[in-house]
Design a protein around this ligand. Structure first.
Ligand SMILES: Nc1ncnc2c1ncn2[C@@H]1O[C@H](COP(=O)(O)OP(=O)(O)O)[C@@H](O)[C@H]1O
Ligand SMILES: [Mg+2]
Length: 260
């Protein structure tokens, strides 16, 4: 059941199904993610993208199908979900910071509470992670004193402080004013260059084209098409892919996408 050869995918998803009442949200999704790979997931709203991400760290339990993280089956009944969640960083649209804690304490709290790191060491780590996202100067600021872009970068630092095996981003820039999107995408791009394994749900097609190793187009609970950016953007195999990308370009401005 465990498979930790170096070539084994760090995330392996097989035939995931999830329904809510009458709604078939995931209809048999399979996906492998290689260590260091950046996979961007695109698709219309309500198509199961968030549900798929949440099945990786088991915030959502699928009805059937299996998921492995670094060779460990997280869908196995005996799997320790707290351990799994500590190994998967997740960044949400709406930051989810503790408003009563400073930036540095927001970042340090996971290592202290979950990894049982001593306080001084955790604060040192938190300072380092804040520096990585360009916020060394904001360590003592409260979320209320930060812009949306800065809050999202604190949220990324908080996830990084747990030394995750994989980072999941669920529309990390969708709640931001346009002028603040770039600073968050820059941090994500830097992580990609440092070979962080990342799954990113986004509408930022500029980022997808520039940073993704692979783009996955989902619709109606299925993966319709996946491939390198050049394939999806310029040589889509499926008419729905081209149609969706055309619509996104109309919605978000020019054909470069909103992030340029
Ligand atoms: N906890 C839930 N209970 C009921 N319906 C849900 C729940 N989570 C998601 N859904 C529904 O499942 C569908 C897919 O949701 P989601 O995965 O969030 O799609 P996406 O991220 O692609 O927009 C949506 O119709 C959504 O309303
Ligand atoms: Mg979503």
């Amino acid at each position: 059941m465990t498979d930790q050869t170096p070539e084994a995918p760090i995330v392996r998803i097989r035939d995931l199904h999830k329904r809510y009442g009458d709604l078939d949200v995931l209809r048999g999704v399979s996906l492998d993610v290689t260590r260091g790979e950046v996979v961007v997931i695109i698709g219309p709203s309500g198509t199961g993208k968030s549900t798929l991400l949440r099945c990786i760290n088991q915030l959502t339990r699928p009805d059937s199908g299996r998921v492995w993280l670094d060779g460990v089956e997280v869908t196995a009944p005996e799997c320790n979900l707290n351990e799994v969640r500590a190994e998967v960083g997740m960044v949400f649209q709406d930051f989810n910071l503790f408003n009563h804690l400073t930036a540095i304490k927001n970042v340090a709290i996971g290592p202290i509470r979950v990894l049982h790191m001593d306080r001084a060491q955790a604060l040192e780590l938190a300072r380092y992670e804040l520096e990585r996202v360009g916020l060394a100067g904001k360590a003592d600021a409260y979320p209320g004193q930060l812009s949306g872009g800065q809050k999202q970068r604190v949220a990324i630092a908080r996830a990084l402080a747990m030394k995750p095996k994989v980072m999941l981003f669920d529309e990390p820039t969708s709640a931001l004013d346009p002028e603040l999107i770039g600073e968050v995408l820059e941090v994500m791009k830097k992580l990609a260059q440092e070979h962080m394994t990342m799954l990113v749900v986004t509408h930022e097609m500029g980022f997808a084209r520039e940073v993704a190793n692979r783009i996955v187009f989902m619709e109606g609970g299925n993966i319709v098409e996946e491939g390198p950016p050049a394939q999806l953007f310029y040589a889509a195999q499926h008419p729905r892919t081209a149609e969706f990308l055309g619509k996104i370009a109309d919605l978000y401005g020019d054909e470069q996408g909103s992030s340029g």
